[in-house]
Write a protein that binds this ligand. Structure first.
Ligand code: SAH
Length: 396
């Protein structure tokens, strides 16, 4: 256990129970943090909090308890049980794929558990929580009783990389890994998560509410699904009676899964509905060709991963939305998303507004939808809210 003494006057964020302790607040450190444990105390020597220690990160500790309690297997079990109760209350029927533990949102900073059927994926997001692997795995086994637990350690890579916190909710696949898929259902639809080589832990569980809304309005409509990954939006649209859905993604592996998803749900696989392309090029070509669609879904990867990226990211979002807006029929819809935590709802609204001015199209916001209730956000850590989806309706 390492003992981190705060600089005088730097205890305010800890007093507000914010789970991130930045290295700039620390005056001195004493002891050995190789077991991943950190104790935080104020300049006067009073213990304030305990958490996991990440020496190479700007967020030097993620705080799990405030007061005297030292995180251990019993605490992990309690937190996981609370997380399980929340899911039992909010998950829709016929849904075996969901986020079972959402890091700060479940008071488990640095830990994700995604469940796909009877397989659980434990993603350790920080160097500190990687050190707690044995106890966390044991607690997950006891509380969620999966047939199998897969562990991903994405923490050290993040913490040592840029020394800047990556946005939450973005576990990345280890490049080049052999793919391994696990079957699960979401509101009765059949999907596969690529748990070893896929993005995140294998599926974008956070978009479930937006998929449900698309399904509800898709009947008879044509859908262009940009940045489709494994085509979850298209499957939802087809289940809702869409006339056609086209997936566009740069990744062939993602499109291969998208084809499998259609087959698994009894929809035909037409080769022209899977387009491997850079979305920016593809959109320009479609605008040039004068295409129109009833519904366009635009769900790009996070364009901003650190604060310095925000201006460039805003330009990217504006460009892509301007082009996407040009493709929507009057009376149609654009679902436009940003999963950059650093782009607020307010900023995203402004970006989309300026895109609409440049596109010469009027849209109205019919709904704002973020991640589902299995991705809770702690009031103490609003940074946990990253996904924003604007449902834009073209009225004229
Ligand atoms: N909408 C998806 C998740 C999107 S993740 C879902 O609901 O499941 C972002 C996807 O964008 C990834 O599949 C990635 O391969 C793809 N991608 C990233 N940059 C791209 C680009 N410039 N052109 C096309 N696809 C891109």
């Amino acid at each position: 256990m390492i003992r981190l003494r705060l600089k005088p006057g730097r205890e305010a964020s800890v007093a507000r129970r914010h789970p991130w302790l930045f290295s700039g607040a620390v005056a001195s450190a004493e002891g050995d943090g190789s077991d991943g444990h950190a104790e935080v105390f104020d300049a006067g020597g009073r213990t304030l909090a305990h958490g996991s220690f990440s020496p190479d990160s700007q967020i030097v500790a993620r705080l799990w308890t405030f007061g005297g309690r030292i995180p251990d297997a019993a605490l992990f079990r309690e937190r996981f049980e609370a997380a399980r109760r929340l899911r039992e209350a909010v998950l829709p029927a016929e849904t075996t794929g969901f986020r079972a533990v959402n890091s700060e949102g479940d008071l488990c900073p640095g830990v994700l558990v995604d469940t796909y059927g009877d397989v659980a994926v434990l993603d350790l997001l920080t160097e500190g929580t990687e050190k707690w692997e044995a106890e966390l795995t044991q607690a997950a086994r006891e509380v969620f009783s999966p047939r199998e637990i897969l562990v991903r350690r994405t923490g050290s890579e993040r913490d040592r990389g840029s020394r800047l916190p990556l946005p939450l909710g973005e576990g990345r696949g280890e490049g080049g890994a052999q793919s391994r898929t696990v079957a699960f259902t979401e509101t009765g639809l059949k999907f596969l998560a690529d748990v070893s080589a896929g993005q995140k832990t294998g599926f974008f569980l956070d978009q479930r509410d937006n998929r449900a809304r698309l399904r509800a309005l898709a009947s008879g409509r044509t859908v262009l699904n940009l940045f489709s990954y494994s085509g979850g939006f298209s499957v939802a649209a087809l289940a809702g009676g869409a006339a056609r859905a086209v997936d566009v993604d740069a990744s062939e592996a993602a499109l291969a899964l998208a084809r499998e998803h259609r087959r698994a749900n009894g929809f035909p696989v037409n080769e022209e509905d899977f387009v491997r392309a850079d979305v920016f090029d593809d959109l320009r070509a479609r605008v040039e060709a004068g295409e129109s669609w009833d519904v366009v879904v635009c769900d790009p990867p996070a364009f901003a991963r650190k604060r310095a990226d925000v201006t460039r990211a805003a330009r990217g979002y504006k460009d892509i939305n301007r082009l996407a807006m040009r493709l929507v029929y009057s009376g149609g819809w654009l679902l436009t998303c940003s999963c950059s935590g650093l782009v607020s709802w307010d900023l995203f609204g402004k970006i989309v507004f300026s895109a609409s001015l440049e596109a010469g199209r009027s849209f109205t916001i019919a709904a704002r939808l973020g991640a589902g209730a299995d991705h809770p956000v702690s009031l103490e850590c609003p940074e946990g809210e990253y996904l924003k989806g604007l449902w834009l309706s073209r009225l004229t």
